[in-house]
Design a protein around this ligand. Structure first.
Ligand code: 1GP
Length: 245
C-alpha cells in the first residue's frame, strides 16, 4: 500500500491529523524529538517543509532523523524544487493554483519531475489554495488570496483540481494565522468534491481543531503548536478533538 492509499484507508476509520515540521526552525535532532512526541500523541503523518530558509541538506537531515524516530509516513511539503529529499516516503506534488506566478503553479514542478522520477519517490498530486490572511505562504507564493467571506472561488479551484486529476485539496490559512480557514469555506469545498480536503494554518486549540474537522476537513494539519508548546499534551488534545469529530 502506498502512502496515498494508506491515507484513504485511515480516513475510513477517522479523520487524520498531520504534523508539519519546518527544517529551518530547529535542528534535525530536535525535529526528530518533536516528531516522536507527535507520533506518541497519535499523529498520522509528519510533513516536512517551510516557506523560507530551507536548504536541501536541512531537508535531507531532517527527513532522515525523523524517519529514525517515527513509524508514520514522512511526506515532503516543499516550497520549491530545491526542497526535496529521496529519503521521504512520499511527496506532496503541489501546485499553488491561486498564485500569480506560473513558477509556483507548474514551473518548480517541471524542474522537480525528472529528479523525483529518478528517485522513484511517490508523488501525491495536491492543489494548494491559500486563503486569507495567507501569512508567509501567501507572500512567498504571490497568492491572489481566497476570500474568507465567500467560498465561491475556493470551490471553483477545488473542482478544477479534482478535474485535473489531483488527489488532495489543501486549504491553507498560513502558518501562524490568527484564525483557521472559516468553517463556511471548508464546508462548501467538502461538499463540492470527492477527494480528501486538508486544512492547515492557525489551528492551536482542540476547539479550533474540532471546528475545522466538523466542517469537513479530512486531514487537519498543525505546525506551530508542536514547535511552540514543545510538549505532547497540547498536541494530544488537538488530535483527540480531530479523531472525535
Ligand atoms: C501548514 O499552515 C500550516 O500548512 C501550519 O500552520 O503553523 O499555524 O499550525 P500553523
Amino acid at each position: 500500500m502506498n502512502v496515498y492509499e494508506s491515507i484513504l484507508e485511515r480516513r475510513r476509520a477517522a479523520r487524520l491529523h498531520m504534523t508539519l515540521l519546518d527544517p529551518d526552525k530547529q535542528s534535525a535532532t530536535e525535529a526528530a524529538t518533536l516528531a516522536a512526541e507527535a507520533g506518541r500523541a497519535g499523529t498520522d503523518a509528519i510533513m516536512v517543509g517551510g516557506s523560507t530558509g530551507v536548504t536541501q541538506d536541512k531537508v535531507d537531515g531532517t527527513v532522515l532523523a525523523i524517519k529514525e524516530a517515527v513509524r508514520v509516513p514522512v511526506i515532503l511539503f516543499p516550497a520549491s524544487a530545491a526542497n526535496l529529499s529521496p529519503h521521504a516516503d512520499a511527496l506532496y506534488f503541489m501546485s499553488l493554483l491561486n498564485s500569480r506566478d506560473p513558477r509556483l503553479i507548474v514551473g518548480e514542478q517541471r524542474l522537480a519531475a525528472p529528479i523525483v522520477k529518478a528517485w522513484g519517490l511517490e508523488t501525491i498530486p495536491m492543489a494548494y489554495l491559500v486563503v486569507e490572511p495567507g501569512m508567509r505562504a501567501g507572500e512567498i507564493g504571490d497568492a491572489e488570496l481566497i476570500s474568507r467571506k465567500s467560498p465561491t472561488v475556493a470551490v471553483q479551484y477545488a473542482l478544477a483540481a479534482q478535474m485535473l486529476g489531483m488527489k488532495l485539496v489543501y486549504l491553507e490559512a498560513g502558518s501562524g494565522s490568527p484564525e483557521p480557514v472559516p468553517a463556511k469555506v471548508i464546508q462548501a469545498v467538502r461538499k463540492a468534491i470527492d477527494i480528501p480536503v486538508v486544512v492547515g494554518g492557525g489551528i492551536r486549540t482542540p476547539e479550533a481543531a474540532k471546528a475545522v474537522a466538523a466542517a469537513g476537513a479530512d486531514v487537519v494539519v498543525t505546525g506551530t503548536i508542536v514547535e511552540v508548546a514543545r510538549e505532547g499534551d497540547a498536541l494530544r488534545r488537538i488530535i483527540e478533538a480531530v479523531k472525535a469529530a
